[in-house]
Design a protein. Structure first.
Length: 211
């Protein structure tokens, strides 16, 4: 049984299409339903929801968390990129990975729950760049646990732990860029940023076969 309020009741008194989209999304109507109710393009509904930070109607899409990008180590030589390349562009330092006496990883900060791009920094050099669609907090929890059934999470957990045992710090930078559009079509800015950074920096932990 559908327990949601009728759509007409939700949108009553609202004057702009964007307000109606937001109200319906907050009432758990998904983007396909909102498009039909308001008689507008599906892409427009999605764009408004993304710009408003509403992911409820995008849940099925967000669940398809993809593996972080890996790149080949050859043929071009790789130049280490300083973390200032990211911080000067707007990335925020939120904390560091730590290890407790039982060798369990911890992040000494409260990670944002929003989707975004993240980077790990060792000796002020960017060693890893990734993207999360499900939320930064969720993604970092996966790295913290390092479940063997999750290949990348287990691998990065091992790299972090190894680095900490060597007496080095692993800092965490994050960015949550706003979605954009092209020709009135939605663009996932964060996904494009991740790809661009990995192609430019070629971080050592993203290089295939590097460990």
């Amino acid at each position: 049984m559908d327990t949601r309020p009728p759509s007409a009741e939700i949108t009553n008194g609202l004057t702009t299409t964007a307000d109606k989209i937001r109200a319906l999304a907050q009432a758990n109507y998904d983007r396909t339903e909102i498009s039909k109710i308001l008689g507008i393009r599906y892409q427009h509904v999605r764009h408004v929801m993304l710009r408003s930070g509403l992911t409820g109607g995008l849940r099925r899409e967000a669940e398809a968390e993809r593996e972080p990008i890996e790149v080949d180590g050859a043929p071009a030589p790789r130049e280490d990129a300083a973390s200032t390349v990211l911080t000067e562009a707007g990335f925020e330092l939120i904390g560091e990975w730590t290890q407790d006496p039982e060798s369990l990883l911890r992040l000494d900060a409260k990670a944002p729950s929003s989707p975004g791009v993240y980077a790990f920094v060792v000796d002020d050099i960017v060693v890893y760049v990734g993207l999360t669609l499900s939320g930064l907090k969720t993604r970092f929890d996966q790295y913290r646990r390092g479940h063997k059934g999750q290949r990348t999470s287990s691998r990065i957990n091992g790299r972090i732990a190894e680095t900490l045992r060597a007496g080095k710090k692993v800092k965490v930078l994050v960015a949550t860029p706003e979605p954009s559009e092209w020709q009135e079509l939605p663009v996932n800015t964060a996904a494009g940023l991740e790809v661009g950074l990995i192609e430019m920096i070629r971080p050592s932990w993203n290089i295939r076969g590097a460990g």
